[in-house]
Design a protein around this ligand. Structure first.
Ligand SMILES: [Zn+2]
Length: 151
């Protein structure tokens, strides 16, 4: 799926989408899971190639990733030419939107991490099939802006 933001095309690649889709909670009894998003910069596009699953403390409504493991993953994938560009997780709702704590957490991560982009991505996979069940937002200084897929 393709999105645009600030003159950059953002592609969610097939492998990344397959991981998000496979981890949709599907029923209200599944627990939240999440991980990181990794991309390559190709001309003026950002191609999100990979969504990883980070082990963490899971419950139905929250996901607390293990920060040490995340940093090891960032270092390992950087050696393969993939850049950390954001995070994803699942929600037990049809059309997902970020919670208050999701927003707070992502704005904190944005402030604390080193990245080459002027923003980071935040994806949330809900219960509905994509694209309805997928939230994609950009995290910028002080705000999270929702993006809509383009055809
Ligand atoms: Zn959430």
């Amino acid at each position: 799926m393709k999105y645009f933001h600030r003159d950059i095309t953002i592609h969610l690649g097939a492998t990344c989408l397959a991981t998000l889709d496979a981890n949709r909670q599907r029923t209200r009894f599944h627990r939240e899971i999440g991980g990181q998003l990794f991309a390559q910069f190709v001309d003026s596009s950002l191609v999100v190639e990979r969504a990883t699953c980070v082990k963490g403390v899971r419950s139905r409504f929250s996901f607390l990733p293990h920060r040490g493991e995340e940093q090891r993953e960032i270092d390992a994938l950087f050696r393969q030419g993939l850049h950390y560009v954001g995070d994803w997780h699942t929600h037990p709702e049809g059309t997902p939107t970020p919670s208050g704590s999701d927003r707070t957490k992502m704005l904190e991560i944005f402030q604390q991490s080193k990245h080459q982009l002027p923003y980071m991505l935040m994806a949330i996979a809900g219960l509905e099939a994509f694209p309805d069940g997928l939230f994609l937002g950009v995290v910028e200084a002080g705000q999270i802006v929702q993006l809509w897929p383009r055809t």
